[in-house]
Structure formats: structure tokens, C-alpha cells
Design a protein around this ligand. Structure first.
Ligand SMILES: [Zn+2]
Length: 85
């Protein structure tokens, strides 16, 4: 399987700031023939470098928005803020 790195980045850019599923993002960028791309290791590693799906709110956030204080896993700044109940 050959993947287009620019298009993989496009999926990350598309997902960021949304709460759609990974599959929806892939089909929006690549079309419906990209079924299974979410299981492609190379694709996932590119995606993981750019965005993550927050375990708290379910929104896709950039890696620069990941919370690092007092939390573990993929939690965004907003969900990781202890004052934000
Ligand atoms: Zn969150």
C-alpha cells in the first residue's frame, strides 16, 4: 500500500478542531475508497505526530494542545485544567 504523505497530513488538518470519527475524516479527504487507512501503521504514525483525539471531550486537538500537567493519556488542555469541572 502506498500512501500520500501530503494527504495524510491533510487528514490531520481536517480532523483538528472537529469531533468527527477518524473514518469520517479519512473519507472526507481521501474518498470512500480509502477504507482501512485508519489501520495503516504509517498513516497512523503521521496522524499521531499531528493530532490526537481527546479522551475527555472526544475532540481532535493538535499535539501542542495536549495537557501535560497532572494527567496521563491523551487529554487536551481544556479537559486537563483542574479548574474546569
Ligand atoms: Zn478535551
Amino acid at each position: 500500500m502506498s500512501t500520500d504523505l501530503d494527504k495524510d497530513s491533510a487528514v490531520a488538518d481536517y480532523l483538528r478542531g472537529t469531533c468527527i470519527s477518524l473514518e469520517q475524516g479519512i473519507s472526507a479527504v481521501h474518498g470512500d475508497d480509502a477504507v482501512g487507512l485508519e489501520n495503516d501503521i504509517e498513516f497512523c504514525s503521521i496522524l499521531d505526530d499531528k493530532v490526537f483525539c481527546c479522551e475527555g471531550c472526544g475532540w481532535w486537538c493538535g499535539m501542542d494542545e495536549i495537557a501535560t500537567d497532572n494527567v496521563s493519556g491523551f487529554i487536551c488542555d481544556e479537559c486537563g485544567d483542574p479548574e474546569d469541572e
